[in-house]
Design a protein around this ligand. Structure first.
Ligand code: FES
Length: 160
């Protein structure tokens, strides 16, 4: 499906581009805006980002494939990232990860039927001092545990 930035996002991207000496340097910001608009980074999205920044789609693909924060396929309305890096792992990160997978009935990088939830095991999200932590979309939940995470899932389910 064709993808074009909205005028609002083009204006935002223009501001990002002006921060750098070269348009290409704004590729991460462009991809983040595109993901917010489209939900994930498709081939069409990469072509549009390449076109706006006057670089090749292959250069864009290099960035998309390197960083896990860019979704390579559609994810759930609530994308749950569970950190299992050292601090979180030592304080129960894997117990949380396994619990969420079991509750949702999905494995890493899968989406529940109906598209409400997806789960992703991630590396350190910079919140080690309050490990273990998860993120639901942009929101962090820190010093958490399987029971607390289950309540979060329940409240998100009840909203829909
Ligand atoms: S190790 Fe989990 S946030 Fe740093």
């Amino acid at each position: 499906m064709e993808f074009k930035f909205t005028n609002e996002n083009l204006a935002q991207l223009d501001k990002e581009i002006k921060k750098y000496p070269y348009k290409k340097a704004a590729v991460m910001a462009a991809l983040w805006l595109a993901q917010e608009q489209n939900g994930w980074i498709s081939g069409e999205v990469m072509r549009e980002v390449a076109s706006v920044l006057e670089i090749t789609p292959e250069e864009v693909l290099g960035v998309v494939s390197f960083y896990t924060m860019y979704h390579k396929k559609p994810m759930g309305k609530y994308h749950i990232q569970v950190c299992t890096n050292v601090s979180c792992m030592l304080r129960g990160g894997y117990e949380i990860f396994d619990h969420v997978k079991e509750k949702l009935g999905i494995d890493n990088l899968q989406v529940t039927n109906g598209g409400l939830f997806s789960i992703e095991e991630v590396e350190c999200m910079g919140s080690c001092g309050t490990a273990p932590m998860i993120a639901v979309n942009e929101d962090y939940y820190e010093n958490t545990n399987p029971d607390a995470v289950e309540k979060i899932l329940q409240s998100l389910t009840n909203k829909n």
